[in-house]
Design a protein around this ligand. Structure first.
Ligand SMILES: C[S@@+](CC[C@H](N)C(=O)[O-])C[C@H]1O[C@@H](n2cnc3c(N)ncnc32)[C@H](O)[C@@H]1O
Length: 241
């Protein structure tokens, strides 16, 4: 295996938030395997990467990764596993031919990113595969900066959690932590607002949609966003202090 596979965090949207290292790796990789949430859909990660690095002459493979929940300790949906396996096979083909492959991924690869699943799948086939993870600016930090509120200071404790999980799970997080960052809130707001109300936390919630993108929106009264058609790139911060 000669080439190297790079999972590259491209930040939350503004190409200026792509790191110098991410830009260098993308520039030197002749193949980009870019994730798309919908079949034949566009890839936001590609749009961000292409905003910072010239993609002329690159082989760009748009690969569909279905958006399904993956629960720890439970086997993932076969459809999802198939997408990881197809991606790993495509990447391996290029690595064997000596070509580096970059997978640009939104935000930071460490947080709810497909990148690590693809790495694990590749390593299962070939434990010697050359893999590098390039960290990026997460939407968690970007939402905090856009809203102008810290995530935690001093001895405060932070929880990051997708809002797609059951109410009791979300309620527990809100009870136990000083700050909770909810990702994937775009469809969960009708459930989240009553939950925040129940716990007396409505005034402490801020919702950031498309942080660092041209059409960024911020709600400091999250009830006002209940009837909006929110974009998937929406993050809520609930900071108690
Ligand atoms: C699958 S997670 C990926 C997180 C990513 N790895 C990161 O570090 O930001 C997708 C979620 O990230 C959040 N997100 C990504 N980009 C965002 C942006 N520009 N503004 C607000 N939230 C964003 C949203 O909560 C979205 O549902």
């Amino acid at each position: 295996m000669k080439g190297t596979f790079y999972v590259v965090g491209v930040g939350p949207g503004d190409p200026e938030l792509l790191t110098l290292k991410a830009a260098r790796i993308l520039a030197k990789s002749p193949v980009w395997l870019v994730p798309a949430a919908k079949k034949n859909g566009r890839s936001t990660a590609l749009e961000i990467a292409g905003g910072a690095v010239d993609s002329t002459g690159k082989k760009i493979i748009t690969h569909h990764f279905p958006m399904q929940k993956v629960y720890g300790g439970q086997p993932p949906e076969p459809l999802v596993v198939a997408a990881w396996e197809q991606a790993a096979a495509l990447i391996n083909e290029h690595l064997r031919a000596g070509r580096d492959v970059a997978l640009p991924t939104l935000g930071d690869p460490a947080l709810y990113s497909t990148g690590f699943y693809v790495c694990e799948t590749m390593l299962a086939y070939n434990p010697k595969a050359g893999i590098n993870i390039i960290s990026g600016v997460s939407a968690v930090g970007a939402a905090s900066a856009a809203a102008g509120i810290p995530l935690c200071l001093g001895d405060e404790r932070l929880m990051v959690i997708p809002a797609v999980f059951a109410d009791n799970y979300l309620r527990q997080a809100l009870r136990d932590f000083d700050t909770v960052v909810f990702m994937k809130v775009h469809k969960a707001l009708p459930r989240l607002v009553p939950l925040l109300e129940e716990l007396g936390l409505l005034d402490m919630a801020v919702l950031v949609e498309r942080a660092d993108m041209a059409d960024q929106r911020i709600w400091r009264d999250v009830r006002a966003a209940r009837d909006e058609k929110l974009h998937y790139f929406s993050t809520m911060i609930v900071r108690k202090k």
